[in-house]
Design a protein around this ligand. Structure first.
Ligand code: AQP
Length: 342
C-alpha cells in the first residue's frame, strides 16, 4: 500500500494545508511504515513555476516547506521526502502522459479557470498542463493512496482517467496490463476544506485570500487568536453554534475546532450548546489551533536555519525516488514505442 502526496512551496503554508493534507501525511507515513512500506512526499517546485514567481523566493519557500513537513512529523528515514525538480523522470512522464490527456478535460479544470483569471501578464502553458504534471508525480510511483484536501478531487479524478486511458491504449490487446496503477484520493472526513475566515464562502488559500482571513501555520499565538476572534460569523439572534448552509463562517469554526480537538463537528456543537455567543466558539478554536500548532512552530524554528541539513535530506529522498520512478518510466517508454527496444 503506497501513500503519495505533494505540496507546493508557494507562499506561506496555512491551516487548510495542515488540516486538509499535512497532518494526514504523518498518518500515511505511519500506515505505510506498519505495512512495511515507505510513504512518498514531494515538494513540488515545478508546479510553483506555473504562475508568476520569484526564483530566489522559490528556493527559500522550498526550504520553508520542507522544514514545515519535518516539523509536522515527517521522518526522512521512514518516508521518502524529495523535491520534484530533482527527479527528471517526472517531467518526462508528464510529456508522455499528454498523449492520453484530453485537451477538453484540462479546459474543464476549476483550478485552471480560477488561477488563469488571476494572472496579470501571462497564462502559461504550464498552468494548463498542471494536472498532467500532478498525474505524473503520482503515477511515476505506482501509488495506491493520495491524501489531499477536497479542492484536489477534480485533479485526482483526471489522474485516474489518465492512468486508465494509458493502460487501455498501451497495455496490450485483450485484458489491458496495469502499467500504471490507478490511485485513489483519500480525503479528510473533517476539515477537508477549510474556508477563509473573512470570506467563508471561499477556501482558505495561499494565492487568493487576505492575510486576515488566512491562518498561517507560522503566525504567532497572539496573531492566530486575533484572526480567529475577528472571523466573520453571522448576525443570527440568538446566535446558534450549529453548521448549516447559511452559516458558512460558524460551520468553518466548528470544523476547525473539531479537527484540532479530534472530535466530530456534532460533538463540538453539543459541547457548545450552552455557550453565550460566537465569542466562546472563537476562543475555543483559537486555544485549540494554538495548542495543535505549538510543537510544529517550536520544531520549525529549530530546523529551518540548517539549509545544508535540509538539502542533505532532499538528496537522499531524490535518490530513493528516482530508483522507484526509473523502472516505471522505462516500462512506459517501452509500451509507447519511445526510444530503443527494451
Ligand atoms: N483550504 C483548504 N482546506 C483543506 N485543504 C487544503 N489544501 C489547500 N487548501 C486547503 C490542501 O493542501 C495541500 C497542498 O496544497 P497545494 O500544494 O496546492 O499548496 P498551496 O498552493 O499552499 O495550496 P492552496 O492554498 O490551495 O493554494 P492556492 O489556493 O494558491 O492553489 C493539498 O492537498 C490541498 O488539497
Amino acid at each position: 500500500m503506497r501513500v503519495y502526496s505533494g505540496i507546493q512551496p508557494t507562499g506561506r503554508k496555512h491551516l487548510g494545508n495542515y488540516l486538509g493534507a499535512i497532518r494526514h501525511y504523518v498518518t500515511g507515513q505511519e500506515e505505510a511504515r506498519a505495512a512495511g512500506d515507505e510513504a512518498i512526499f514531494c515538494v513540488v517546485d515545478l508546479h510553483a513555476t506555473t504562475v508568476a514567481y520569484d526564483p530566489a523566493e522559490l528556493r527559500d519557500r522550498t526550504y520553508d516547506t520542507v522544514a514545515i513537513l519535518l516539523a509536522a512529523g515527517l521522518d526522512p528515514a521512514a518516508s521518502i521526502l524529495y523535491r520534484q525538480g530533482d527527479v527528471p523522470e517526472v517531467p518526462e512522464l508528464t510529456w508522455l502522459l499528454t498523449a492520453v490527456t484530453a485537451h477538453g478535460d484540462l479546459n474543464r479544470m476549476h483550478q485552471f479557470k480560477e488561477k488563469s483569471a488571476q494572472q496579470r501578464e501571462l497564462v502559461s502553458a504550464g498552468l494548463f498542463l498542471y494536472p498532467v504534471l500532478m498525474a505524473a508525480d503520482v503515477l511515476a510511483f505506482r501509488a495506491d493512496r493520495v491524501p489531499v484536501g477536497d479542492d484536489q478531487r477534480q485533479h485526482i479524478e483526471l489522474m485516474r482517467d489518465i492512468a486508465l486511458r494509458f493502460n487501455a491504449r498501451f497495455g496490450g490487446d485483450g485484458e489491458p496490463r496495469e502499467i500504471l496503477r490507478v490511485p485513489e484520493g483519500v480525503y479528510p472526513t473533517v476539515a477537508a476544506r477549510i474556508m477563509d475566515l473573512q470570506a467563508p464562502e471561499r477556501k482558505m488559500s495561499t494565492s487568493s485570500g487576505s492575510i486576515e482571513g488566512t491562518l498561517y501555520l507560522l503566525d504567532d499565538a497572539k496573531t492566530t487568536e486575533k484572526k480567529l476572534k475577528r472571523a466573520v460569523t453571522d448576525s443570527e439572534n440568538p446566535p446558534r453554534i450549529v453548521r448549516g448552509p447559511e452559516k458558512a463562517g460558524v460551520s468553518n469554526l466548528i470544523d476547525i475546532l473539531a479537527a484540532t480537538t479530534d472530535r466530530t463537528p456534532d460533538e463540538v456543537e453539543a459541547s457548545l450548546a450552552d455557550a453565550r455567543g460566537y465569542g466562546d466558539l472563537k476562543v475555543a478554536a483559537a486555544d485549540a489551533v494554538n495548542a495543535t500548532l505549538a510543537p510544529l512552530r517550536e520544531r520549525y524554528a529549530e530546523l529551518r536555519g540548517d539549509e545544508a541539513a535540509i538539502e542533505e535530506a532532499l538528496a537522499v529522498g531524490a535518490e530513493k525516488a528516482r530508483a522507484i520512478a526509473q523502472p516505471v518510466l522505462a516500462e512506459v517508454r517501452e509500451a509507447m514505442g519511445v526510444g530503443p527496444r527494451g
